[in-house]
Design a protein around this ligand. Structure first.
Ligand code: ADP
Ligand code: MG
Length: 315
């Protein structure tokens, strides 16, 4: 164990969907690798001064796997927990190999890094299970949707399958991740929010649900004692009156103020809402700094150059 590693603060970077697929793209693997270069190069530079955890979304990737399943009846259909595991594997591989290359370009020939399949415990009595409301996968016509063996909901894109999005309770691999941090590994984990599991005594059972990756990231950041949570997305930060005439970027903000704006409905569920909620939870749980920023501004946000929406503790 490198003694110096312990002295470096821990940064958790949560990458949004646009780190892999940008608006208007088909989402080919070439496009995804090309998109990853921007965030990954910045993360490689941060690795000199920080111990790093990288988490990521998986919405379009898991959506594509669901669509592939709808198109084929010759093999058994896979449950969502397995599809989430598949996306953790594919995206983990892409981030890990891109990062390895970026580190080598910087002349850092050996920095250990690893991507981990991650389970996240959820509570079987979570109210989300009674009212699934997270749309996933392809859109169907109303008659097609009525024939599907799972709940669906009308969305702007058409009728889509809906699943529960329960709150993350704990990251099963937190001890392993802490040990990897002590050894200065860069860890890619909690992809797509992690594989949701319910605990039965000493056993885990995977469930058909999805966990919000920003809330899972906040949970993990607290469980490993991260100093900073950085949520990276496709807008400069959290905005008030988003899309309206009074749209303004929130800069430095307190937990109380963010909570007020969240309650007033400025940050919708499923997009900016969980990002702001994740930062609030992290700061309230004892985190030192949290920020929401765009893909281009990762280095500036970490260097505290006043970009994005930022929470800074007084401890
Ligand atoms: P990610 O893949 O990064 O998690 P999301 O689509 O879940 O991205 O969330 C980012 C999106 O949230 C932005 O593209 C924006 O359209 C939307 N959004 C909704 N409300 C707000 C707001 N108040 N401020 C900023 N962005 C907002
Ligand atoms: Mg999101």
């Amino acid at each position: 164990m490198a003694a110096s590693a312990d002295a470096k603060p821990i940064l958790l970077v949560a990458l949004g969907g646009n780190a892999l697929i940008q608006k208007g793209q088909a989402g080919t693997i070439d496009e995804q690798f090309a998109n990853l270069r921007l965030p990954v190069r910045q993360i490689a530079r941060l690795s000199r001064d920080w111990r790093l955890i990288i988490t990521h979304g998986n919405g379009p990737q898991v959506g594509n796997l669901l669509l592939q399943q709808e198109c084929c009846d010759q093999v058994p259909k896979l449950p969502l927990e397995i599809l989430v595991a598949q996306t953790e594997g594919q995206i983990g591989y892409m981030i890990e190999s891109s990062l390895d290359e970026a580190l080598m370009e910087m002349g850092i020939d050996y920095r250990p890094l690893i991507s981990l399949i991650t389970y996240v415990v959820v509570d079987e009595n979570d109210p989300a299970f009674a009212a699934p409301d997270k749309p996933i996968g392809p859109a169907f016509s109303e008659p097609e949707a009525a024939a599907l063996p799972y709940p669906t909901m009308k969305t702007p894109k058409g009728w889509r399958r809906v699943v529960a999005s329960p709150d993350p309770v704990t990251i099963v691999e937190k001890r392993e991740i802490r040990q990897l941090m002590e050894m200065d590994f860069i860890v890619v984990c909690c992809g797509g929010g992690g594989i949701p599991v319910i605990r039965h005594g000493r056993a885990f059972e995977g469930v058909d649900a999805v966990i919000d990756k920003d809330l899972a990231s906040a949970r993990l950041a607290l469980e490993v004692g991260a100093n900073m949570l950085l949520i990276v997305t496709d807008v400069p930060g959290a905005m008030l009156d988003y899309g309206g005439s009074g749209e303004t970027l929130l800069g430095r903000v307190s937990v109380a103020e963010a909570r007020r704006h969240l309650a007033a409905g400025h940050f919708p569920p499923g997009s900016m809402g969980p990002k702001v909620a994740a930062c609030i939870r992290f700061m309230e749980g004892g985190g030192r700094r949290a920020a929401i920023t765009s893909l281009e501004m990762v280095l500036e946000a970490v260097a505290d150059k006043g970009v994005g929406t930022q929470w800074i503790g007084d401890g």
